[in-house]
Design a protein around this ligand. Structure first.
Ligand code: PLP
Length: 376
């Protein structure tokens, strides 16, 4: 059996080596390292893939979120509602821009921001909602957009973990996660569903004016060379990363199917187990692209299970062990523990198993047998 890893980038690379290497070689041969044709090509291909009018590539997913918020003109003191159960980047940029983060609880089933909690958190100072499509599963964008429209709020989708996932609406239509709110942000960190070989990110929007503003912000606030109209940043996707992404984007749907198939095999093995709550897989809409495969372990010692798996050479991880409201950097007297019952429970129960495009049946069987063995 091949060695088990949380993410197996080497086996994936081995299969696409000739395409990736040729694409990188073109950048080296033409020395078009910054803003070269590869970046433009990737931007166009991603716009087409997502069905969105504008993709603005940038240096990483954290920048993408920050720049999206800058582009919307959010001002210090504006309240921005986001999920308590996510990676810190989401709240970090809100705080960095001196906006006021308002962390709210998540939903127990989809682990995404709770619609009821959003409604309760809205005040006259609320200006935006940042749903995170956590672990690859699309948040309930229909409900979120409805609340946003009622209260005149911006929606910034953190799509770092769910590129390619679909959101389905009650009229039967589907849209790609990240393209539904006013603006979306993603990350091409190597382990992401569409990962490059370094850092990378992108911002998406259907709003022409916002896209124009953001294109200037990513480039030192310049719209005309050496004319700085707004305060900007330097955040570029470099051409070598774009070369990798050009080679990988045509494979994204297949990669997501491979993740879904692995998730299906895992969940089948755990079906009906009294101590394991496995993620549900929706066959109609591709709303979950399994950036992570995350179980809840109930009425059992989750940490002892981790030790057991590690002793058998199976890597596993806790995403995320501490709620953001309990992190030193983001603690606030306004937060009360009873406002976060779901997040507080999830951080004690979740465990993520290896999830990537290269998992094979033998590896999955070994992992599921080892998990089940723990409870025997
Ligand atoms: C939910 C979420 N948001 C934002 C980011 C930030 O992306 P990056 O690491 O590219 O800055 C990540 C990446 O780990 C993430 O998982």
């Amino acid at each position: 059996m091949r060695k088990l890893q949380m993410v197996d980038l080497k086996s994936q690379y081995d299969k696409i080596k000739s395409t990736v290497d040729a694409s990188i070689q073109e950048v080296l041969d033409t020395t078009t390292y910054i803003n070269g044709p590869k970046v433009h090509e990737f931007q166009k291909s991603l716009e087409e893939y997502l069905g969105v009018k504008h993709v603005i590539p940038c240096a990483n997913g954290t920048d993408a979120l920050q720049i999206a918020m800058m582009g919307l003109g959010l001002q210090p003191g504006d309240e921005v509602i986001t999920a308590d159960f996510t990676f810190a980047a989401t709240v970090e940029v809100i705080a960095l821009l001196q906006l006021t983060p308002v962390l709210v609880d998540v939903d127990m089933v989809n682990m995404n921001i709770s619609i009821e909690a959003i409604k309760k958190a809205i005040t006259p100072k609320t200006k935006a909602i940042v749903p995170v499509h956590l672990f690859g599963r699309a948040a309930n964008m229909e409900a979120i957009m409805q609340i946003a429209n009622e209260h005149n709020l911006f929606v910034i989708e953190d799509n770092a973990q769910a590129i390619g996932a679909n959101c389905r609406f009650s009229d039967g239509t589907k849209k790609k996660a990240g393209t539904i709110g006013h603006v979306g942000a993603t990350s091409f960190f190597p382990s992401k569903n569409l990962g490059c070989y370094g850092d990378g990110g992108a911002i998406f929007t259907n709003d022409d004016e916002l896209a124009h503003t953001i294109r200037g912000i990513v480039n030192h606030g310049m719209y005309v060379r050496y004319h700085h109209d707004v305060v900007g940043v330097n955040s570029r996707l470099d051409s070598i990363q774009a070369a990798v992404l050009n080679a990988k984007l045509p494979l994204l749907d297949n990669y997501n199917v491979a993740r879904q198939n692995a998730a299906r095999s895992y969940s089948k093995a755990f079906e009906g187990h009294k101590n394991i709550i496995a993620p549900t897989i929706c066959d109609v809409c591709d709303c979950h692209v399994f950036h992570q495969y995350t179980l809840r372990i109930i009425d059992a010692d989750r940490n002892a299970l981790m030790d057991h798996l590690q002793s058998k050479g199976i890597p596993c991880a806790i995403y995320y062990p501490i709620p953001l409201h309990a992190q030193k950097a983001y603690a606030d007297v306004r937060y009360k523990e009873e406002d976060f019952p779901v997040t507080n429970q999830l951080v004690k129960e979740v465990i993520s198993l290896p999830m990537h495009t290269e998992l094979d049946a033998e590896q999955i069987k070994y992992i599921t047998d080892s998990v089940l063995e723990f409870f025997n």
